[in-house]
Ligand binder design. Structure first.
Ligand code: HEC
Ligand code: HEC
Length: 258
């Protein structure tokens, strides 16, 4: 297999440039992996996980390893625990050494992409871009400030790996998490409701509408219920330079409310 992975992470830059109050990244920050980690994880995945989770990691319902969708796990630590301890729901425990475990988590967090190339720049510059030129703060809430029409990013640095964050900024539609999807609902009386899906069960769908109201809507009798697969977020691939995107990724990684 030809592996072209380059994960360019400049720890020094981030640590020295992180905004005051933000938790500083350290070298053992989960979510920062080497090319070797990802490659090791890829081999291990094919040998031990493939049979149940499938080539694209989506063979178990409610779990999509490649796209970062899990039933419970949030942090890298949760993933490692699931893998070493197993779950009552049928995930067997695995005995892995620390390097193997780091590798498999890295492979999952890199979106199964052994050629993932992620550049992490300056968090301080990233914060300015987030609040200024990038206009991210006009949609996203961080640490209790900002609107609710887009996901709250206060702990996004814990929840997502650099590769996934970069993909979210460059090309949001390709990184869309199923649970965040925009929906358009037409009720029995013809009212159209637009919003973002927060949760869904057999009978109701919970959304936050475009006026920031939390609504629980019974599905029975709806005229239509469309889940939109196109992101409501603009793609920044052509709007910001690669260096600017790297700075924003660095800033997002500092958002780690516990
Ligand atoms: C025998 C089948 C099987 C094998 C082999 C297997 N898994 Fe799983 N895995 C499952 C099942 C079933 C679930 C859902 C369990 C649950 O929700 O309790 C799951 C869930 C998971 C989850 C999601 C946890 C969550 O919070 O949703 C992760 C991550 C995971 N597996 C990783 C792996 C990795 C990595 C390997 C290889 C080292 C692996 N699995 C091998 C069956 C398997
Ligand atoms: C017009 C509103 C809007 C703007 C501007 C915007 N976003 Fe988003 N963003 C969204 C929405 C809505 C989502 C939820 C998923 C979707 O619809 O794509 C999202 C999703 C995300 C996610 C993924 C969240 C997750 O749970 O994985 C990240 C990361 C993100 N945005 C970062 C940014 C950054 C950084 C900027 C500025 C460069 C930005 N966004 C600008 C609306 C916006």
């Amino acid at each position: 297999m030809l592996l072209r992975a380059t994960l360019l992470v400049s720890f020094g830059l981030i640590a020295s440039a992180a905004p005051a109050g933000a938790q500083l990244l350290t070298v053992d920050h989960p979510g920062q992996y080497t090319q070797e980690d990802i490659a090791r994880g890829s081999l291990l995945y094919n040998a031990q996980c493939f049979a149940c989770h499938g080539r694209d990691g989506d063979q178990i319902s409610g779990v999509d390893l490649r796209r970062g969708q899990f039933r419970r796990a949030q942090s890298d630590e949760d993933l490692a625990q699931t893998i070493t301890r197993g779950t009552p729901g049928g995930m067997p425990p695995f005995k892995l050494d620390p390097a193997e475990l780091t590798g498999i988590v890295a492979f999952i967090r890199a979106g199964f992409d052994t050629s993932a190339s992620v550049k992490v720049g300056s968090a301080a510059r990233g914060k300015s871009l987030f609040d200024g030129k990038g206009e991210c703060a006009t949609c996203h809430r961080v640490a209790g400030r900002g609107p609710r029409k887009a996901p709250d990013l206060s702990d996004i640095g814990l929840a997502r790996a650099p590769a996934m964050l970069e993909r979210s900024v460059r090309d949001p539609s390709s990184a869309l998490q199923p649970i965040n999807r925009p929906v358009r609902i037409v009720t029995a009386d013809g009212t159209t409701i637009r919003g973002r899906r927060l949760n869904e069960d057999t009978h109701t769908v919970q959304i936050i509408d475009d006026r920031e109201r939390l609504l629980s809507i019974p599905k029975k009798g709806l005229r239509s219920f469309d889940v939109i697969t196109e992101s409501a977020m603009p793609a920044y691939a052509g709007k910001l330079s690669d260096d600017e995107i790297a700075d924003i990724v660095a800033f997002l990684l500092t958002l780690r409310r516990q």
